[in-house]
Design a protein around this ligand. Structure first.
Ligand code: SF4
Length: 360
């Protein structure tokens, strides 16, 4: 089993309650079986009793994201994302994944494309969010690029379907070649992670330059419409995989109110904040940001597999942000903005959620 490589970490996690305040799924459901500790216990048993996973255990390892906030919160940064992913890969190999996951792993490749030297990938289309193509076209017009929407391998990857992820990635690269792209523009950390890190891990060559929409649109300019406004910047969970450092030990103390950089450093966090700062935004603070940002529900394909749980996470995240006194939530994840548009607007509690790419 792939989880054997993480045995020393799983041995510790199964008896440790420390990261409960950080768990996205536990705090959305208030069920102990959704804690990182419970996940570790399930994996440990399946691995050491060599019984494999029951249907209920497999479901519990999917009714969550990859527990990345726990990893960031943990003073030793135990690799929860890696052991959750390894467990999911073992489950998929055994054919024991829940139906909702099977549906993603058996999906057809789907693409829509307007060709060009430079192609913008509209994030969220991989998750089937309505409006991704229209939104992608709108942004593409601003930067004079073509646009591509469709399946790119990230969702099957986080669900443990490595083979399917590689297939989708290969097909995506073929589509990109057909479109004549030399530069690929990403519209959020999730797709940026996929194209800059995941594809090489999957052995899929992507021979185009990859740039973020933020660097292309702003290039030293500030965001519009945020001057003097109280802004909360929401980091997508995937940003954690692109950052340079994980949170420092002191951030878990109750009296920690900054500096924010102690919650993680890297261009992925600094670049959008600089754009907002230049635009005159006043930031509100919450300890759950940067590498410790709680999920908005759409992260790591949860909105596809368990949409009701994803909504609970979104409600919790938005509620916590509203309590910071923010007027506007800005995100550099197009998938997040498109997902929030699908929610009951009462969950927003008066907040306006904006995509950074719309503030140029
Ligand atoms: S990730 Fe860290 S804090 Fe969380 S259960 Fe494991 S050892 Fe404990």
């Amino acid at each position: 089993m792939r989880t054997k490589a993480y045995e020393p970490y799983l041995a510790g996690c199964r008896f440790c309650p420390m990261c409960k305040p950080a768990s996205d799924s536990l705090n959305a459901t208030l069920l102990e079986s959704h804690a990182t500790r419970a996940h570790a216990m399930i994996i440990w048993r399946a691995m050491n009793a060599e019984t494999g996973y029951t249907a209920k255990q497999a479901e519990l390892l999917y009714k969550c994201n990859l527990d990345g906030v726990a990893e960031a919160f943990c003073v030793d940064h135990y690799p929860t994302r890696a052991f959750m992913l390894a467990a999911r890969e073992d489950i998929v190999e055994a054919g024991a994944e829940p139906e909702a996951v099977k549906a993603v792993l058996n999906r057809e490749a789907l693409f829509a494309c307007e060709p060009g030297d430079m192609i913008l990938f509209a994030e969220g289309s991989d998750l089937g969010f309505d409006g991704a193509l229209a939104k992608g076209k709108e942004i593409a017009k601003k930067i004079g690029s073509g646009v591509l929407t469709g399946t790119n391998g990230y969702a099957p990857y986080v669900l443990g379907g490595r083979k399917k992820a590689a297939q989708e990635a290969k097909t995506f690269v073929e589509q990109l070649k057909k479109a004549g792209a030399k530069t690929l523009v990403t519209t959020g950390p999730e797709s940026h992670y996929a194209f800059t890190k995941l594809y090489s891990e999957l052995g899929v060559e992507l021979s185009v330059k990859v740039v973020t929409l933020t660097e292309l649109l702003f290039a030293g300019k500030g965001a519009k419409g945020v001057e003097g406004k109280k802004v909360f910047f929401h980091d997508a969970r995937a940003a954690c995989g692109l950052g340079d450092t994980m949170p420092e030990e002191k951030v878990i103390m109750p009296d920690f109110f900054g500096p924010e950089k102690a919650l993680g450093t890297g261009v992925v966090y600094e670049s959008p904040r600089e754009v907002l700062k230049k635009g005159g935004a006043e930031f509100t603070f919450l300890v759950w940001l940067r590498a410790m940002a709680n999920a908005m529900g759409n992260d790591e394909a949860l909105a596809l597999t368990y949409p009701a749980l994803a909504k609970k996470m979104a409600a919790r995240r938005l509620g916590m942000i509203a309590q910071t006194g923010a007027e506007i939530v800005v995100t550099d994840s197009l998938a997040t903005e498109l997902y929030v548009e699908t929610l009951d607007q009462s969950l927003l509690q008066g907040l306006s959620v904006r995509y950074l790419g719309d503030l140029a």
